[in-house]
Every structure is written in C-alpha cells, then in structure tokens.
Design a protein around this ligand. Structure first.
Ligand code: URA
Length: 189
C-alpha cells in the first residue's frame, strides 16, 4: 500500500527525532493544503502562532504570503500546499540547527515525493539551501529558476524579510511569484 500524506502526517505528529520535541513545542506542524497541488511552498519552521494552531504560515508572515498568493498568482492557500523545513518550533524563533534540519529531512522528502508539485517556491535561505544542497545565501540564489527533478524550483525571500525590509524585498518576492505563475501556465521559468 502506498503511503498517503495523511498517514505520514499522523506518524510525524509523534516525532521525537530531534530535541525540538522536548524544547517546548506544542505540536508538530506538518503542513497544509491540497495534497495534489501543482504548487508547493517550503518555509523555514513554525513560529509561535503556527505552533499554537498546528498550521504553517498563519502569523504575520503567513498573512503576507496569502496576500502575495492572491495578488500575483490569483490563488488561495487551499489551492497549493505549504510546508516547512523543520516541523517543530525552534524555541524563541531561533534558526533551526543543522542536526534538527537533518533529523527532519525524511518528512519533507516524503512530502515532496507524495505531492509531486510542478513548481516549488522556497521561502528564505533554509529552504533554498535544503533543496539545492548549498550554503550559498538567498540573495545570490533567488532571481532565477532551477530544475528540481520533474519540477521547477523558484527560490524567493522569506516573507519576514519583506516585513522587515519593505519595498525592495517585497518587489523581489513579487517578481519571483510572477515567475512561478509563468511556469505554472506552461511557460519558461
Ligand atoms: N515562518 C516559517 O518559515 N514558517 C512558518 O510556518 C511560519 C513562519
């Protein structure tokens, strides 16, 4: 029997593969959206609001993501899938550590295999570095698309960077979303 996303999510919900399990997480934030989506977003890791509600990108960054999704792609979040590199909140919103990212790796790898999106948008440096297996910074990585198996990867900034930085990073995110729209419509990235 092939595993479904639901089965994987149920398994992940009791995960203790890294020490984030005992560092004050309320719950595992596996991901949400359409399991057959053409478009998959990958963020960094849950923040306080996500940890409380069990859903990805439902805080301030999530509101901006919803806005860009509507304005640039004409979509809402039920039409795509949203996941994170690490599924549990790092305490105090610190960066996820390499050992935590490595321990969590099989969950995201399985999400990618089961959803098989056509377009991947990575949000921020952790997701871009995870997917591209590089230590290069996000400002170098964004602004173009990359083949990723049968999919196309479009790295963009984390919405938190646009919330902090205002106009310039926001314009870059918009341009990256437009690129994704073109690929989803069957065009070149
Ligand atoms: N930031 C992330 O990277 N992921 C979330 O789910 C929320 C905020």
């Amino acid at each position: 029997m092939p595993r479904t996303l639901e089965v994987v999510a149920a398994e992940a919900s009791t995960c203790t593969r890294c020490n984030l399990a005992e560092q004050g997480r309320t719950q595992v934030v596996f991901g949400s959206g359409d399991p057959a989506a053409d478009l998959l977003f990958i963020g960094e890791g849950p923040g306080a609001e996500e940890d409380r509600r069990g859903l990805p990108f439902v805080g301030r960054s999530g509101k901006l993501l919803d806005r860009l999704l509507a304005e640039e792609l004409g979509m809402d979040r039920s039409q795509c899938y949203i996941a994170n590199v690490v599924k549990c909140r790092p305490p105090g919103n610190r960066d996820p550590r390499p050992d935590e990212i490595a321990a969590c790796r099989p969950w995201l790898a399985e999400q990618l295999e089961l959803i098989r999106p056509r377009v991947l948008i990575s949000l921020g440096r952790f997701a871009a570095q995870w997917l591209l297996e590089t230590n290069e910074g996000i400002t170098k990585l964004r602004g173009r698309s990359y083949p990723y198996g049968d999919a196309v990867l479009i790295p963009t900034l984390h919405p938190a960077a646009a919330l902090r930085g205002g106009g310039a990073p926001l314009a870059q995110m918009r341009a990256d979303f437009v690129r994704a729209k073109q690929v989803l419509a069957g065009g070149e990235g």
